[in-house]
Design a protein around this ligand. Structure first.
Ligand code: 8YV
Length: 318
């Protein structure tokens, strides 16, 4: 019987269909990734693995699993995977595009509004019993309506975010490797990275992490942004030099930041962002609606079944 290793405790109803024809080993400890040693041990004789971003798919892992046919990554991003090594070992890699687009764009939009309107500070004050009364500028934030919004990375999530701006009479700028027809159709304008930083009231990072985009948002970038601007990141933490962002927030170089991703997750109490004002920090929940997570899991399972049954993967990463 072919063996499938699943590195997180995912919905048992969704993996039930795998159990009919395959041996399935699931790491059942919630919220804790399968330790590397256990992962290598468990996957030695595996034919498929269902992985998360926290699982490194590298030469060591691939050389250790000679029967492996497919790695189904439960994410649209695949920066945890050495694609070249996977191709060398003739292992199919799949991801979960499209099914999470709207959910992730929705969170990005929420983060922008929350940051602009000081929603977290206002809620915190009230919950602490510290609301002393009305005053004209109490918790007065900034409007999103009518502002310039810059999107770094105009893939499907960037485009879904841009679509949501249509009710806000926004001026939309974007920076991308290539022109996006979907963005152009919304009236968005392709600009240089510098123009995006200079002109935008809100800057959203929705790009995949690559060598070119790593640490793109550094001190120099934050210095070019408006002092009234907000930075939103639902891409990857490593797009940002985190100490530089902490400094930009502390010194008022930018007005606020809303982040769903961090360079080393999970972050703890000693992280430079903890305790800073004007920061909306979320624990990587971009695609976390129940329906979307189920769709992502189903897509991984279907990819695995296709490949192990000799078919064609549904969403291969080329
Ligand atoms: C995943 C994500 O839920 O899809 C991605 O790339 O970052 C999230 O949607 C998370 O990475 C878990 O693997």
């Amino acid at each position: 019987m072919k063996k499938i290793v699943i590195t997180r405790n995912i919905n048992p109803d969704i993996i039930a269909k795998l159990r009919k024809d395959f041996e399935v080993a699931v790491w059942e400890e919630d919220q804790k990734p399968m330790p590397r040693g256990k992962f290598l041990e468990e996957t030695k004789d595996a034919h498929a693995v269902l992985t998360m971003l926290s699982d490194k798919i590298d030469e060591e892992f691939l050389a250790n699993a000679p029967d492996l046919k497919i790695v189904a990554n439960l994410a649209v991003g695949f920066d945890n995977i050495d694609l070249e090594a996977a191709h060398r070992h003739e292992v199919v890699i799949t991801n979960t595009p499209d099914v999470l687009t709207e959910t992730t764009a929705e969170l990005a939009f929420t983060m922008m509004l929350v940051s602009a309107r000081k929603v977290l500070e206002a809620n915190k004050e009230l919950m602490a019993g510290e609301w002393s009364g009305w005053s004209p500028y109490h918790m007065a934030g900034t409007d999103v309506f009518g502002k310039t919004v810059g999107i770094f990375g105009m893939g499907s999530i960037g485009a879904a975010f841009a679509r949501r701006l249509s009710g806000f009479k926004s001026n939309i700028l974007y920076h991308n490797r290539s022109e996006s027809e979907a963005a152009n159709a919304l009236g968005a304008k392709l600009v240089s990275f510098e123009e995006l930083l200079r002109e935008s009231d809100f800057v959203l990072c929705a790009a995949p992490l690559t060598e070119e985009t790593k640490h793109k948002f550094d001190r120099e970038a934050f210095e070019q942004m408006k002092e009234s601007a907000h930075f939103i990141n639902i891409g990857r933490g490593a797009h940002v030099v985190e100490d530089d962002l902490a400094e930009a927030i502390k010194s008022g170089k930018i007005a606020g930041a809303a982040l769903d991703v961090f360079e080393n997750e999970p972050i703890g109490a000693d992280h430079p962002f903890i305790g800073l004002d004007n920061m909306t920090l979320l624990p990587h929940i971009g695609s976390a609606s129940v329906a979307t997570r189920n769709n992502m899991m189903n897509l991984c399972v279907n990819n695995i079944m296709e490949v192990l049954n000799g078919g064609t993967p549904i969403t291969p990463v080329k």
